[in-house]
Design a binder for this molecule. Structure first.
Ligand code: FAD
Length: 483
């Protein structure tokens, strides 16, 4: 009897929970990936770096599965690829292959949970079992609870409990290769679709320093490991290479979270502060998966319901300036241009631009969240929602609403020489360090000395930060009594 492993956001074949369990249990294991038209048709553009990233990673996964089988001397391996509504594709394929079970790794997003429920029901009607495994998170759902048996809503005690639970067992890899001989070859006549057959056209992905697939993740990891020790010092400076850039690979599972965490945990146990800090970031990832699992309403509502009474502004001009990176605040504009040009934004800048949108422009965090969802390569509902609600002060363990980032002092602190700004806002390249964070304060003589025409080459600020700050304090003031 056979099984079908359904790959989704886990595009690798090493240390893969569902694949390991299928291979251990069954002598004939097929692998499938579905380009789900229910997701793809809803995308507003036919240029989408994520689709291209997935497509390239799926091709590499097919090859990796063939190699895995070949190494164990089996004739099998390879990926079956479908393009259609996932529910129909999976049920039809499982029937056609005559498998007894469909296995997949667990997803925590409400839409994915609903889809998996539909698939499970449809399979059950055909006498086929659907089972799911923890793979994306290190510790999920109810694995980390308070003493009272409730989910945490504050990160620091969650992290403490998370670290206590994160033992060797949780970090152990699934030895997929041990049973790789059970991989079955895809049926005759199967072929992998080209990107154009999915209805998408290439983006600038190839030109970006963003390698795809399993090999891309390994390349970024090799680059990061020697830098991990300095992560705690370098991570906040967007002009420096301080972070791992692995988020898109974690998003699509081209690298195993257990491998990353065990690497960090080993170095952290040896007292390496960089590794300890990086491990904490991986804890944030689990934390937000857990929050989304227990509180799926956060996708549309504030985690703290009283914050849904905040009156946000429509501000169409300010919204457009933010989206198009013309706010007159260089760090905000540089960050938004990084997002538009590459699909990535540094974590410090995500906090800065999210705070700017909600606290300086008074625009609802949900609009910013949706904008990020369209543009981020690593877009992940749980982390994105958590990040936006944190910045807007509406979420669990969010920054207090009266703490408001100043976009100029953030810039002075985290991009002191304007290295990052100059990379993405070249019209300011000749502005001296002292003024690059706020060129609007330059005297006419200083402006002409560096050839900058404010309002022509670069816009004046669309909002006065001090006034905006006062407006935000008033906007949130009805919550003051509840502190
Ligand atoms: P590193 O600093 O190398 O961190 C390693 C990994 O830890 C990341 O790849 C990521 O998986 C995880 N991580 C780090 N910080 C966080 C965090 N605060 N929350 C959850 N996981 C974290 N991250 C996403 O993966 N997808 C998103 O859609 C997303 N949206 C965000 C929106 C806002 C407004 C904010 C403030 C943060 C958001 N983050 C999101 C978290 C964080 O900014 C990114 O994970 C990080 O910048 C990715 O870069 P990196 O891989 O180089 O990170």
């Amino acid at each position: 009897s056979g099984a079908l492993v359904w790959f989704r956001r886990d595009l690798r074949c090493d240390d893969h929970a569902a694949l390991y369990h299928a291979l251990r249990k069954y002598g004939r294991v097929y692998c499938v990936f579905v380009f789900d038209t229910e997701i793809l048709d809803a995308l507003p553009s036919r240029h989408d770096r994520r689709v291209e990233f997935i497509h390239a990673s799926v091709l590499e996964l097919d090859e990796a599965l063939r190699c895995l089988a070949a190494r164990s001397g089996a004739p099998g391996g390879g990926l079956i690829v479908r393009h259609g509504p996932a529910t129909t594709c999976i049920v039809q394929l499982a029937q056609a292959l005559g498998v007894r079970e469909v296995l997949a790794n667990r997803d925590y997003e409400p839409q994915a949970i609903a889809r998996d429920r539909r698939v499970a029901d449809a399979l059950r009607a055909q006498g086929i079992v659907f089972s799911e495994y923890k793979d994306q998170a290190l510790l999920d759902r109810d694995e980390v609870l308070t003493r009272q048996g409730r989910p945490y809503s504050v990160f620091t005690p969650y992290k403490r409990a998370w670290l206590e639970k994160l033992d060797g067992f949780q970090l152990e890899s699934y030895p997929v290769e041990r049973h790789a001989g059970h991989l079955a070859p895809p049926p005759q006549g199967e072929s992998l679709p080209a990107l154009s057959q999915l209805g998408f056209v290439p983006t600038n992905l190839q030109a970006l320093p963003l390698p795809t697939g399993i090999s891309g993740a390994q390349q970024l990891l090799r680059d990061f490991v020697p830098r991990m020790g300095a992560y705690h010092e370098a991570r906040d400076y967007p002009g420096r290479k301080g972070v791992s850039y692995l988020s898109v690979h974690l998003r699509f599972g081209t690298v195993s979270i257990r491998r990353l965490a065990s690497l960090a945990a080993r170095q952290a146990a040896g007292g390496c502060p960089g590794a300890q800090t990086w491990l904490s970031e991986l804890a944030w990832r689990d934390f937000y998966f857990m929050i989304l699992w227990h509180h799926p309403q956060v996708t549309t509502q504030s985690f703290r319901p009283e914050f849904d009474q905040v009156q946000w502004d429509e501000a169409p001009d300010a919204w457009q300036a933010w989206c198009e990176a013309h706010t007159g605040y260089p760090l905000v504009d540089a960050a938004m241009r990084q997002l538009l040009h590459t699909g990535y934004m540094h974590n410090r800048l995500r906090m800065v631009v999210a705070s700017f949108l909600t606290k300086d422009l008074g625009i609802d965090w949900r609009r910013g969240e949706r904008f990020f969802a369209l543009h981020l390569n690593d877009y992940d509902l749980a982390a994105n929602n958590g990040g936006w609600q944190w910045a807007a002060s509406t979420g669990c363990d969010a920054q207090p609403w009266f703490r408001i980032f100043n976009p100029v002092t953030q810039s002075q602190r985290f991009d002191p020489e304007g290295r990052f700004i100059r990379r993405y806002v070249p019209e300011l390249a000749r502005v001296p360090d002292a003024h690059i964070h706020y060129p609007a304060a330059m005297k006419p003589a200083a402006l002409s000395a560096c050839g900058l025409r404010l309002g022509v080459d670069y816009p004046p600020p669309i909002v006065d930060h001090a006034q905006a700050r006062e407006r935000t304090l008033r906007r949130f003031s009805f919550l003051a009594d509840r502190r």
